[in-house]
Each structure stands twice: as structure tokens, then as C-alpha cells.
Design a protein around this ligand. Structure first.
Ligand code: NAD
Length: 253
């Protein structure tokens, strides 16, 4: 059996204190990687994750508001100083807020674009010089099916994730000569705090599951697994790919 081993690699995971990000922290820790992860407010959850793994690997959490370019730059600089390298960047943090188009105001629009799209740009922009120094790296962006087929009542969210997909394809070509691979995971429905209200609602939950051929939403570790695969040598020739993890839901259009 082939075990993915990331011994000696440093992984930066944004939004690592819960949901898909926390599952990434757990899985990458089991694969032996050193881990730097960001969180916004939940210091307790971040501290618990650190204490669970800090006997096995180097792991540290960083409080960052992704709406602040200065905080992102300071965070990446600290990680470089403290860990010496960044081999894998998982751009995971994001928000998902609903609204009819005529009710979304510019502030709502900017908040979603700033966190979901500019946040990915900024982390990538500050991490790439470190990866270029090593002439190797893996960038994995967490997009969404919404970025491919759109999502009614979430136009700003869908636009931000569509932007992440286009940015991934652009960087895959731009950064390949430096040994840096850029890929994307586009999850469908995943059970996390982000979606629990919809998935736990009897009527809506049933409607969602009925349209997923596998009959259920993904668990967060089922997104972390593909992220680990894309970070490993098993994915040495994968670049610019949008990996759909959606239980077989059809993407129309
Ligand atoms: P989640 O709400 O549990 O986690 C989101 C993370 O982003 C949290 O750690 C949060 O602190 C962080 N974050 C949000 N705003 C931030 C800010 N301003 N500054 C710093 N951190 C901030 O949700 P999740 O389901 O784990 O989502 C992770 C990613 O997966 C998101 O990009 C989301 O869009 C994407 N996604 C989720 C689903 C789903 O069904 N859950 C589907 C498709 C894509």
C-alpha cells in the first residue's frame, strides 16, 4: 500500500480552525507535514487543534482577518521566519451568504469578493516568492460547484469562486516553469457549520440529497483527502485541474 508522507514539508492552510480547513489540518498532520494554519476568531478551537498534534509535528496557528492585506503579509512573513519554508498552500477560508441580486448591497458584494477571491490572491501573492526560491510548491484553491454553474441567490459567492477557478488556470501556466503546481477543488455540498442550517432542515436537506447521485453531502474529510492527494507526489503531473468532489452531481451549462 502507498502511504502519502509529507515529512519535512510545511503546509499553510487558511481557515483551519473548523470545517474543511480543520479536516485538512488533521489529515496533513497524519501525513507528517508541519502545519501553519490561520483562524479568524475561534482561538479555543485553534489551540485545541495545535495541542492535539504538537507532540507529533510542528504546528502553529495564526490569527488573521483575511480582509486585511497587512495581516496576511505579516502572517506569511512570520511563517517563513518560523518554519523556514512553505511547500503547500491551501486557500480554504471563505464565506457563503445569500441574497437576491437587488438586495445585495456593495458592502455585501465587497465582503464576499474580498474574503473569497482577494484573500486567495493575497495569500498566493505573498507565498509564491517563497515557493519560487525552492523551485517547487503546490497551491490548492478550494472553489465550489457554484463557480462553474452559478448559484441563484448567491451571485457574489458564485462570482468569487468562478474568479478562483480562472485564477487557478492562469497561475497553473504562469508558475509551472518554477515547479509550482496550481490546482483547484470544487466541492458540492459538504457538512460543515457553513451549510448545517440547510442540510439539517428536513425539507431542504432532502431536496439537496435527492439531487446528489450518491445520496448525501460530503464529509469535510472527503475534501481534505483530495487536497492531500494533490499535494503529494501521486499528483506530480496534475496542474491547472478543477477536481469536482460532489457525489456525481451533474454540472450543466
Ligand atoms: P466554514 O464556515 O466551516 O469555514 C470557513 C473558514 O473560513 C472558517 O475557518 C472561517 O474562520 C474562515 N473565514 C471566513 N471569513 C474569514 C475572514 N474574514 N478572515 C479569516 N478567516 C475567515 O466552511 P467550510 O464549509 O469549511 O468552507 C471552507 C471552504 O470550502 C470555503 O471556501 C467554502 O466556500 C468552500 N466550500 C464549502 C462548501 C460546503 O458545502 N460546505 C461547498 C463548496 C465550497
Amino acid at each position: 500500500m502507498y502511504n502519502i508522507n509529507l515529512d519535512g514539508r510545511t503546509v499553510l492552510i487558511t481557515g483551519g480552525s473548523r470545517g474543511i480547513g480543520a479536516s485538512c489540518v488533521e489529515l496533513f498532520a497524519k501525513a507528517g507535514a508541519d502545519i501553519a494554519f490561520t483562524y479568524k476568531n475561534n482561538e479555543e478551537a485553534a489551540a485545541q487543534l495545535v495541542s492535539r498534534y504538537n507532540f507529533e509535528i510542528r504546528i502553529k496557528s495564526y490569527r488573521v482577518n483575511i480582509e486585511s492585506a497587512d495581516e496576511i503579509e505579516r502572517c506569511v512573513r512570520s511563517i517563513k521566519r518560523e518554519f523556514g519554508r512553505i511547500d503547500v498552500l491551501i486557500n480554504n477560508a471563505g464565506i457563503w451568504k445569500s441574497g437576491k441580486i437587488e438586495e445585495i448591497n456593495l458592502e455585501d458584494w465587497n465582503e464576499t469578493i474580498n474574503i473569497n477571491l482577494a484573500g486567495v490572491f493575497l495569500f498566493t501573492r505573498f507565498v509564491v516568492p517563497i515557493m519560487k526560491e525552492n523551485r517547487s510548491g503546490r497551491i490548492i484553491n478550494i472553489a465550489s460547484t457554484a463557480g462553474q454553474r452559478g448559484e441563484p441567490y448567491y451571485a457574489h459567492y458564485a462570482a468569487s469562486k468562478g474568479g478562483v477557478i480562472s485564477m487557478t488556470k492562469s497561475l497553473a501556466v504562469e508558475l509551472a516553469p518554477f515547479g509550482i503546481h496550481t490546482n483547484c477543488i470544487a466541492p458540492g455540498w459538504v457538512y460543515t457549520d457553513m451549510t448545517s442550517r440547510e442540510l439539517d432542515d428536513e425539507k431542504m436537506g432532502k431536496k439537496i440529497k435527492d439531487y446528489i447521485p450518491l445520496g448525501r453531502a460530503a464529509y469535510p474529510e472527503e475534501i481534505a483527502g483530495p487536497a492531500l492527494f494533490l499535494s503529494s507526489s501521486l499528483a506530480d503531473h496534475i496542474n491547472g485541474e478543477i477536481l469536482n468532489v460532489n457525489g456525481g452531481s451533474e454540472l450543466c451549462g
